[in-house]
Design a protein around this ligand. Structure first.
Ligand code: NAD
Length: 405
């Protein structure tokens, strides 16, 4: 919200609209009673926050985690609002979660939590009102249960009520790779701004899950040299470049990077400060801090993860002249292809993977250059430029619609 405030100030947002945009539209708190396999009844707390729907149906993930709080869900719903506006897709922002520990649940318990939570928030869900997606500890299996529960209540199949579904039931080709592909595209564009190209660029990637591994794979395919990669278990460094398909095979067999023999073993944090041109934090939040920011050698940071840079580190990176591609732009490829999934479900007409990738490419490059236009015009950081572009789009919609009284 600090970033929103800064952007609002630079945009000269009028005080009334400022107040409207600073508050979520709707906050729902539900109790989710679930029968455990033991026969006992447990009651979990669930949230769904619709932050803003002026530009279209709310869009945002559902997480199952013990750390879920209403404050966090509100913040993440706001974040989704700005992210969708930034890439100019016709969605608002939302987020949801259930406070529970899915690692201690059986498949049956997880299904019952999902279905009961879905039923509890069913009035706000819908292709025209609020469209969930996977998030922390939820996946395409969970999305399939949500789609089924919603469809049973509506007495007909409604695939477009969630995205991130299995391809067999209306998911989109290219969705799995979309976030990493988006990271590759904006990294390529940023390198271009610095007179460089992906060919021969040295890239370090923190996190080797969905976002990190796909970013590494696709940038390597474009000729980049992946000099370091890490996951929860540790990191590996090789100045000559890591063979990413080989590393992926190792991780499939061993479940983690630690022990991979074709490089020097380093700590998972050391990946952030290796000598490279591009650093891709694609693991978790708050990893680039006041402490390690002065030691970062990359020229470009592509924030694949959400919120990897603390505010204190941000200042240091700016002083060092590092080109930051902020999270709301860098990882927006995921929500963009979720949008494509929703469009395909609604049209009942499915695109081949090339079409998905081409359209993603067009949205990511356009958004990148729109942000750069604002950076140059207002002499602001890339992060503030992203917020200015996003907040301005939402504000414009409110002005055009006027206030319903
Ligand atoms: P994931 O669970 O598939 O992968 C996370 C990876 O990070 C794993 O390899 C894990 O071992 C590693 N990791 C965790 N802590 C680490 C640490 N301290 N140091 C090094 N590695 C660590 O998750 P994901 O879907 O790839 O998401 C990664 C980040 O990207 C998250 O912040 C997520 O919110 C964000 N994001 C994901 C998507 C998407 O489409 N998957 C979209 C937008 C944003």
């Amino acid at each position: 919200m600090e970033r929103f405030d800064h952007a609002a100030q630079l945009l000269n947002l009028d005080p009334g609209l400022y107040k409207v945009l600073r508050n979520p539209e709707k906050q729902i708190i539900v109790s989710v009673p679930v029968l455990r396999d033991s026969g006992e009844v447990e009651v979990y707390t669930g949230y769904r926050v619709l932050y803003n729907t002026s530009r279209g149906p709310a869009k945002g993930g559902i997480r199952f985690d013990l750390n879920v709080t209403l404050e966090e869900v509100k913040a993440l719903a706001a974040w989704m609002t700005w992210k969708c506006a930034l890439v100019n897709i016709p969605f608002g922002g939302s987020k949801g979660g259930v406070v529970c520990d899915p690692t201690s649940m059986s498949m049956g318990e997880l299904e019952r939590v999902t279905r009961r939570y879905t039923a509890s928030i069913i009035e706000t869900l819908g292709p025209d009102s609020d469209v969930p997606a996977p998030d922390v500890n939820t996946n395409e299996r969970v999305m399939a249960w949500i789609m089924d529960t919603y469809s049973m209540h509506h007495r007909h199949t409604v695939t477009s009520v969630v995205t991130g579904k299995p391809v067999e039931m209306g998911g989109s080709l290219g969705r799995r790779e979309a976030t990493g592909r988006g990271c590759m595209i904006v990294t390529r564009e940023a390198l271009g701004k610095l007179g460089m190209s992906l060919k021969g660029a040295r890239v370090a990637v923190q996190g080797f899950g969905n976002v990190g591994s796909v970013t590494a794979e696709l940038t390597a395919k474009e000729g980049a040299i992946i000099v370091a990669v890490s996951d929860k278990s540790g990191g590996v460094h090789n100045r000559q470049g890591l063979d990413i398909p080989d590393l992926l095979q190792w991780v499939r067999e061993h479940r983690h990077i630690a022990g991979y023999p074709k490089g020097e073993q380093i700590s998972k944090e050391a990946v952030l400060t290796v000598d490279c041109d591009v650093l891709v934090p694609a693991a978790t939040e708050n990893v680039i801090t006041r402490k390690n920011a002065p030691h970062i050698k990359a020229k470009i940071i592509c924030e694949g993860a959400n919120g990897p840079t603390t505010a204190a580190a941000d200042e240091i990176l700016e002083k060092k002249g590092i080109f930051v591609i902020p999270d709301i732009l860098a990882n927006a490829g995921g929500v963009t292809v979720s949008y494509f999934e929703w469009v395909q479900d609604r049209g009942g007409y499915f695109w081949d993977e090339d079409t998905v990738n081409r359209r993603l490419e067009s949205i990511m490059t356009r958004s990148f250059h729109e942000v750069m236009g604002l950076v140059e015009k207002h002499k602001v950081s890339t992060r503030i430029a992203c917020y200015m572009l996003a907040v301005d789009r939402v504000a414009k919609m409110h002005r055009l619609r006027g206030m319903y009284a």
